[in-house]
Design a protein around this ligand. Sequence first.
Ligand code: IMP
Length: 443
Amino acid sequence: MSRASENLAVLGLQWGDEGKGKLVDLLAPRYRHVVRFQGGNNAGHTVVVDGQSIALHQVPSGALHPGCFLVVGSGVVLNLDVFHVELSRLRERGIEVTDRLLLSDKAHVILPHHIALDIWREERAHKVGAKIGTTGRGIGPAYEMKAARMGVRLGDLKHLEVLADRIRPGYDEVRLRLGPDLGTGADLPSIEAIVENLLKAVEPLLHCIGNTQSRLQEAWTKGEQILFEGAQATMLDLDHGTYPFVTSSNCSLGGLFTGTGLPPKALHRVLGVAKAYTTRVGAGPMVSELTNELGDRIREAGHEYGTTTGRPRRCGWFDAPITAHACRTNGVDGLAIMKLDVLDGLDQVGLVVGYRDGNGNLTSELPSCAAEWADLKPEIKMFKGWSVPTRGITHHQQLPAEAQGYLDAVAEAVEMPIAYVSTGPDRAEGCLYPGTFLESLMS
Ligand code: IMP
């Protein structure tokens, strides 16, 4: 198989769980490097091979391809214990990655007090109805500590003499905040125990920790192909999503550059990934949500339960305004529409083409405040469904005419050409669109 000629980013255009893992796995054999640049083990990227699914949280989804070098950039926050679980699950399948893996020495480590703070805060917020619905993995606090300059980087783990001192400021602040709740269900290990566990966890990985920026700069200069794997998605982006119901990293394009140390020139193409409908986990605005039997049907047909937390996902029709916003934010070159087959058999399929505000005016502008989102109602265009199943179709001309019509309307509403349509979870199930950048990149 020939290598791709351009560096590519695969980014989510909705609220995550679009199926980026499948695409990265599909594209990876064409690339020398597969890079994660933000997020942590809040992500769950599922890769299905021969009917068997593998959930990856922090290991880049190129893991299954022995020719891919895996890079975890400085913008990622890493839970080392979870990382080891992932490595051993891969090993059980005969896949060893530690001989082709580089973790940035600048990536921050998720510590027990980050997780405790995340859970404690969500429990308190729940009592006043202000829960974000985080994954409870300590992601927000790990990024907060990074910004507050109280974080611990992977590189710090090589310096035992200062490690406890690096951990202490953040640890003490969390103890202060949790105060009276400590010991009543919420408790923290001692700093000594945290240090001991970190050293044990990092020891087998020491040879994998280093300067990922140099490695990637060198790869770029030498013309080695790089595939960037986004985690979460634009609507969960700290700046460009539905704040405050977002994650704590920049999941859109800007995060790629800060999270790798590569300049924009090193990236040639952006593939935007969206499901043929919309899902979201956790709280926050979702104008397209279907809180009826149709929503339940999509959830069951699409197995829309979180890869990381198992929570049922909220389901709704494809939301063109959010997806168009995400395309603009990321400079997307083409769309990958995933899980089309989940809509098989519906009498009608809806497409949210705009929003009606409180005065009945039609808009496709996204508000900046959650309070303004609450006023919006979806403007839905209905399409005739298709009775012929799309599952497993590999040529877009074989898609039923109604499905093709629906996809054309999606592309028109988002103002973006479709480059790929996925028709099932397996690598083989999907159609590459002729004449698109993705086709020439894959040829
Ligand atoms: P956090 O990233 O755990 O802080 O969670 C913040 C919000 O992002 C919550 O609504 C989560 O459900 C959501 N979230 C975080 N990671 C993912 C993901 O990989 N897929 C879908 N939603 C996510």
